[in-house]
Design a protein around this ligand. Structure first.
Ligand code: NAD
Length: 736
């Protein structure tokens, strides 16, 4: 199979990437080998001045095929080879090819006689593909608003390790490159040009012609990159210069402040940048390749790639979808135009689905419509949405109190008040007008689906689709099967989530489903600690150090103490005598009932907020109600309490069959409530820590704090047998 086409236009070769049978090009071992051959052909052909590297697809390419990494490791391990060597071999092959393009046959001493390579990207170019662009002498991009350019590696546990880190720092300086490298910031072609990531934005139909024209008119000096020319200095200065020193110091401090040092890839990247800046280009690339290999060998990075790339994609592509024909949604009816309903309406209409937004009266429905309009206006203001797009999205929304308007909807999402009686009334009213095969979904956050389905005459078509707030920002959607939910309903829900480009997990019915069930014990554990006299600053910092993006007291403020109070009251009412109170109840009651502190929403919670709503310091009077004791606990113990409160609940969800697939448990935890992403999720965290070690921590915590830390039987069994979670449930991914 050929992946590239090689043609010529006079003295310019045109190397066009077009992988058969794929809508998007990706870097594979074959792609790299073939391109290497074509580059050799250009360099060996005296009649050529240079080449244009482009793509026949809408985009240049999505990056390196990361599934290949696991294959390289597995093959090396199976054949008894050295895994590190095998990985470095792959990394170095890519580096060598890109450097060959960059040097382009020039004499190593005089730098004369090199050919030129221009890159011409019709659309998106990410990761390893964008690094190919960086190796070229000039970069052209088609004027394509939808195109995304950049280096998102850090988001999946890697860093740009095919020369991208070294080249970008040499192009933009450490500070200039920081956002692209550390945050994986992606930009469209115009912004990329303004940021000097690319050289020219040209009309799409002139893309290759312009690049060819440039190669034809290029001069010898165009073939020499600035860092290969005499007297080159890194913008902003190298580490041991008066200007560069504070920059490097600042960048390191800033990065550690943001990441708490838990991400192996950012530490390795900083080292590659620092050490690389001290030497010439060839040595800098070697240093980068070695640090990159060390990241590939780090089990934390492997766990991140497994969850955030491989399994997230598998889930999005329908790993859990029942085998029924395409069930794409044409028209969705949303009942309840409040905060959630309007958000669901917005993401649906944006995805091209017709929306009927129903509320109790026209005013309430109009409010939902206005919320959608507001979100679009924000997009227009930030230049993410054009006025035309806004108009066509709004034209898809019919806001009305008239249930008859729902009659040709093939999916209903109910998002009215969290009251089973109201939900039952709405179910009956809707089912009276919709078709027999339409699916009815409820967005309830706490009420079991099986119970709500009792109000339905078609319980097999009844399902839970649980969104998180704010709907337009949160990527996870929980799909909940009631006892009687059928395959068509699951397929419909999954196809809907795919249409609106979010990530679904499919779980079975239980109180709080999966995500909320795990997050509540985390928030409670922090409040229990406050009630015990643990310093709140210690609690918040411990959470940051285990890699939680938002500390628990801060998160309680964000979701509101009022909600915490409501959940506490509802749980008490439902569990009756069997309810076991904890110190968290005292803290919630004291703050919310006693002091009227509802959280960010009323500007006072565990923290104080200024008039603009900006979080200030912890509430100084917290210590009056819950004095900080003189004897503070061991920091490790606080960290263990915070992480295990989440992890053990996830294991219980698996044990009870609420969670079916551990891949969903891991991906859902990271996307749903920000569970320490560096670990790849709760089950991956257990495997990384070692199940035996986790059980030992549980035993110690149980003795001190009680049964909530008791190791679930499933965990104990896995530990006793010397297994791991992935080893047992996903054996082919166990050695990720
Ligand atoms: P909300 O109060 O903002 O909106 C509810 C809307 O339902 C209101 O506009 C109300 O007028 C409308 N409504 C009430 N009775 C109705 C009826 N009989 N017919 C038509 N419309 C009716 O509430 P919300 O925060 O959007 O929550 C809605 C649902 O989503 C609840 O079940 C809630 O548990 C769930 N949920 C909320 C969140 C969250 O963070 N707020 C997250 C996930 C799920």
């Amino acid at each position: 199979m050929t992946n590239w086409k090689y043609t010529t236009d006079g003295d310019v070769a045109i190397i066009t990437w077009d992988m058969e049978g794929r809508s998007m090009n990706v870097m594979t071992a074959d792609v790299i080998r073939e391109l290497d051959g074509h580059v050799d052909a250009v360099l060996a052909d005296d009649s050529l001045k240079g080449a244009v590297i482009t793509s026949a697809k809408n985009d240049m390419g999505g990056g390196v095929d990361l599934t290949m990494l696991a294959e390289i490791k597995a093959t090396a391990a199976k054949e008894g080879g050295n895994v590190g060597e095998a990985l470095f071999g792959f990394v170095w092959a890519l580096h060598s090819l890109y450097r060959k393009i960059e040097v382009a046959g020039a004499d190593p001493k005089t730098k004369k006689g090199g050919k030129v390579f221009a890159a011409a990207t019709p659309g998106t170019a990410l990761g390893g593909v964008f690094e190919l662009l960086l190796a070229c002498h000039r970069r052209f991009a088609a004027d394509n608003e939808k195109a995304k350019l950049g280096l998102p590696e850090t988001l999946v546990g890697l860093f740009p390790g095919a020369g991208g880190t070294t080249r970008l720092v040499r192009m933009l300086g450490v500070m200039g490159a920081a956002d692209y490298l550390l945050q994986g910031k992606l930009v469209n072609p115009k912004k990329a040009k303004a940021g000097m990531l690319i050289d020219e934005v040209v009309p799409a139909d002139e893309l290759v012609a312009k690049a060819v024209e440039w190669v034809k008119g290029s001069s010898e000096s165009d073939a020499v990159k600035p860092w290969d020319a005499k007297g080159y200095k890194i913008p902003g200065g190298a580490p041991y210069t008066p200007q560069g020193f504070p920059t490097f110091l600042g960048a390191t401090a800033m990065t550690h402040g943001k990441t708490a040092g838990v991400y192996p890839q950012t530490n390795a990247m900083l080292s590659a940048v620092y050490e690389g800046a001290l030497v010439d280009m060839d040595n800098a690339l070697k240093i980068e390749a070695r640090w990159f290999t060390s990241v590939l060998m780090d089990p934390r990075s492997a766990a991140m790639i497994r969850s955030l790339f491989v399994n997230k994609q598998a889930i999005e592509k329908g790993a859990r979808r029942p085998d029924v024909p395409d069930a794409k949604v044409r028209k969705v009816g949303i009942i309840g135009a409040g905060m959630m309903g309007a958000g669901i309406g917005f993401v649906s209409a944006r995805a091209g689905i017709d929306v009927v937004l129903v509320d109790r009266d026209q005013d309430a429905a109009d409010k939902g419509y206005a919320t959608i309009e507001g979100l679009l206006d924000e997009g227009v203001k930030r230049k993410k949405v054009t006025e035309d797009a806004k108009a066509s999205i709004l034209a898809r929304v019919n806001a009305t109190p008239d249930y008859d308007a729902l009659k040709d909807c093939d999916l209903i999402v109910e998002a009215v008040f969290e009251d089973p009686k109201i939900k039952a009334e709405v179910t009956a009213k809707v089912e009276a007008v919709i078709a027999d095969d339409a699916i009815f979904a409820t967005n309830t956050s706490t009420l079991p689906i099986t119970g709500l389905a009792e109000a339905s005459v078609r319980p097999d078509n009844f399902i839970g689709i649980h969104f998180f707030s704010p709907v337009h920002k949160m990527m996870l959607v929980e799909i909940i099967k009631g006892e009687k939910t059928g395959d068509l309903a699951v397929a419909k829900a999954l196809d809907f989530v795919r249409q609106i480009r979010k990530t679904p997990i499919v779980v079975n019915d239980a109180r709080f489903f999966y995500a909320n069930r795990c997050i509540i014990p985390y928030l409670n554990e922090a409040m229990i600690m406050v009630s015990e006299g643990v310093n709140p600053v210690l609690i918040e910092n411990a959470a940051k150090q285990i890699g939680m993006p938002v500390a628990p007291l801060q998160l309680t403020d964000e979701t509101s103490l009022e909600l915490g109070h409501r959940i506490m009251a509802a749980t008490k009412a439902q569990m009756g005598e069997s309810y076991v109170g904890t110190g968290a109840d005292d803290v919630i009651t004291t703050l919310y009932e006693g002091e009227g502190r509802a959280g960010r929403k009323n500007g006072k919670g565990f923290y104080d907020y200024d008039e603009k709503g900006k979080r200030a310091a912890l509430w100084p009077d917290l210590g009056k109600h819950f004095p900080v004791s003189e004897d503070q606990p061991d920091f490790e113990e606080v960290k263990n309490r915070l992480i295990l409160s989440q992890v053990l609940e996830a294991v219980r969800a698996k044990e009870e069959g609420v969670l079916v697939d551990i891949r969903e448990g891991d991906v859902g935890a990271i996307l749903g409530w920000g569970f320490a992403p560096w670990s790849g999720g709760p089950m991956s965290w257990i495997d990384l820590t070692g199940p035996k070690e986790v059980v030992a921590i549980c035993d110690a915590l149980t003795e001190k704090f009680g049964d909530r830390f008791a190791a679930p039987a499933l965990l104990r069994e896995i530990a006793d047998k010397g297994e791991t979670f992935y080893g047992r449930f996903q054996p082919q991914q166990a050695a990720a």
